[in-house]
Design a protein. Structure first.
Length: 89
């Protein structure tokens, strides 16, 4: 997960307008299979990804963490808010 996070960060760091980028993280699962009770549930791996992403991501890129899974409407609203914030710039 650390290798994947580093690769993601390297790609995002190449973007010239970093103040427009937002990375929204669902703290309780990146997919329907990685939620608690799911076949890919692994909070240790998820934390490793998030920690490595934060370590390698340019500080100009905003990271938003949402305390829900990716398929929850609360997560969707956070993504919409992040998009609206970028569009207002």
């Amino acid at each position: 997960m650390e290798t994947v996070a580093k690769a993601v960060a390297e790609k995002l760091n190449q973007y010239p307008n970093k103040n427009l980028l937002k990375f929204v993280i669902p703290r309780k699962g990146f997919s329907s299979l990685s939620v608690e009770g799911g076949a890919l549930y692994d909070p240790v791996a998820d934390k490793a990804f998030v920690d490595a992403l934060r370590k390698h991501l340019d500080p100009g890129i905003k990271v938003v963490e949402v305390n829900t899974d990716i398929n929850n409407s609360q997560f969707a609203l956070a993504v919409v808010e992040a998009l609206n914030e970028s569009l207002k710039r």
